[in-house]
Design a protein around this ligand. Structure first.
Ligand code: ADP
Length: 487
């Protein structure tokens, strides 16, 4: 249930509760006041009756001889009855001339020398009945019951009930509508906060801030300020970490180049143990590639990886890569050129080359001595399809979905044993670079038979082809992704 609905319901429930309480109170007060008025009227009627009565006891048979002037005060809705001490009915007012039983038998029983007020329902009518002893010359000679109809009270109470129910229902509906609107208005800034937070997540852009139109000192304003502060802090941390990574990768390149130069020099002058030199060289190559990958990653994550998009003849580029690949492969594996169509794509030649070199060095790395790595290019109308096929270790089928994840490596013991250990970064960067070219990459592989990595790049449209030799500069941002715990 949404917060808006919950707040609206709570408000409405509270109002309904207050209205009910108020209704019960009004009802009670009405009952109490009107009844008191009726009681006073009954009291006065009795006093008047007794005052103007003429009552006595027959000295011979102790029979009650009483003359009550019922007629004088008779009025509709007023009922009077006279009883002797035994409770036998002696006289009725005209309004109940045919009634041959007491208006309130219980009251008659209860009343001693006290006046007794009671509610009674007679023939479907609610009555207020006063039972009072008749005392003449200090002698208790009988009882008098005077009753008034409660029709007026009931009518007043019904009117109040209808008013309260109708008015209450209306008030609840109006309050619900108003409260829903007010809550919506009050919560609107929160909605903006949520939308901005979502945008920040979707765009991976920590530089965005929530723009709050309202007051900064209220609850929402303070929330926005704190959220923006947290974002600022995160942004600073994130960028300082990336800057650190970029600086380190840059700094590592110079000493690594120096080590490589010195190894070459030692080889040329015939100094040093060739096996140790091989080991130093292979480890240096590995570190150089790692530093390069880290640099690309750091630049890409901060959105500062520059790319120069232009017309690229894939066939020419593939030939250049083929030449480099043969040097990379040395005597370990044979590099062959398979199908070679012509294809024009829109992209950054250096980055496409980086993609292919990465795939080829993996193919060489994971193919045993004597194996073959074949490069191919086919023009498939809308797509230029580049394939790198090897006859190497292959990749277990369950690992394939993960090999493009950052820092993911298959079977670390295998790679370590073959001194082919990598960082697990290469393929994630390859995939990202291919996607930055609106292309895609897939792989088919069979363990111990070999793998084929296929890169699809969109062929240039006729419109782009006519643009001539334009260079389009772009800074590409890498989507932030969580790094798997297992590196
Ligand atoms: P690494 O630096 O470990 O090579 P990559 O991201 O380039 O990292 O590759 C991820 C994993 O994919 C590697 O650990 C390797 O096991 C597997 N892999 C990549 N290319 C091949 C290939 N041509 N043949 C077999 N396995 C491969």
């Amino acid at each position: 249930m949404s917060l808006r609905l919950r707040l609206t319901l709570w408000n409405t429930l509270l109002l309904a509760f207050i209205l009910s309480l108020f209704g019960v109170l009004v009802w009670g007060v009405l009952e109490f006041t009107l009844t008191r008025q009726i009681d006073e009227t009954l009291d006065r009627t009795v006093d008047q009756l007794v005052k103007t009565s003429d009552a006595s006891l027959n000295p011979q048979n102790s029979e009650l001889l009483v003359e009550l002037p019922f007629d004088a005060i008779e009025s509709p809705g007023l009922y009077m009855q006279l009883f002797n001490l035994d409770g036998a009915l002696i006289g009725n007012s005209m309004t109940i001339a045919n009634l041959d039983r007491p208006l309130d038998p219980t009251g008659l029983r209860l009343s001693g020398l006290e006046r007794e007020f009671r509610y009674v329902t007679l023939l479907g009518n609610r009555l207020r009945v006063l039972t009072t002893p008749v005392v003449v010359n200090s002698a208790h000679i009988g009882y008098l019951q005077v009753a008034s109809s409660l029709k007026m009270v009931d009518a007043a109470q019904n009117a109040v009930l209808i008013l309260m129910l109708g008015g209450g229902a209306l008030a609840i509906i109006v309050s619900m509508a108003i409260s829903s609107l007010t809550v919506k208005r009050a919560l609107r800034p929160l909605e903006t906060v949520t939308q901005t937070a979502l945008q920040i997540t979707r765009a991976d852009d920590l530089s965005m801030r929530i723009d709050h139109q309202g007051n900064y000192s209220d609850e929402i304003g303070r929330l926005v300020t704190s959220f923006n502060d947290v974002l600022g802090r995160l942004e600073r941390l994130f960028y300082s970490q990336k800057r650190f990574l970029t600086d380190i990768s840059h700094e590592l390149r110079t000493p690594l180049t120096a080590i490589r130069g010195n190894v070459d020099l030692l080889r040329r002058i015939g100094e040093g143990d060739p096996e140790s030199l091989d080991a130093i060289q292979s480890e240096t190559e590995r570190l150089t590639r790692l530093a390069g990958d880290l640099l690309t990653l750091a630049e890409a994550e901060t959105g500062s990886l520059p790319m120069a998009f232009q017309k690229v003849e894939l066939d020419t580029l593939l030939l250049a890569v083929y030449r480099d690949a043969r040097i990379l492969a040395g005597t370990k594996v044979t590099v062959k050129l398979g199908e070679e169509d012509q294809a024009l794509v829109w992209g950054d030649p250096d980055r496409i080359k980086q993609v292919l070199i990465n795939l080829i060095s993996n193919a060489i790395k994971y193919t045993p001595h004597g194996g073959t790595v074949t490069l191919g290019l086919k023009n498939m109308n809308d797509w230029g399809r580049v394939t790198v096929t090897d006859t190497g270790d292959g990749i277990p089928i369950e690992e394939i979905p993960h090999i493009f994840d950052r820092f993911y490596r298959v079977d670390k013991s295998r790679t370590r044993r073959s001194r082919a250990g990598g960082s697990g970064l290469g393929l994630s960067i390859v995939k990202w670079l291919v996607e930055a070219h609106d292309g895609r990459i897939d792989v088919t592989s069979q363990p111990n038979t070999g793998s084929t990595f296929t890169v699809w790049l969109p062929i240039m449209s006729a419109e782009q082809t006519h643009q001539g030799n334009v260079v389009e500069k772009r800074s590409i941002r890498l989507p932030l992704e969580p790094t798997p715990a297992e590196a």
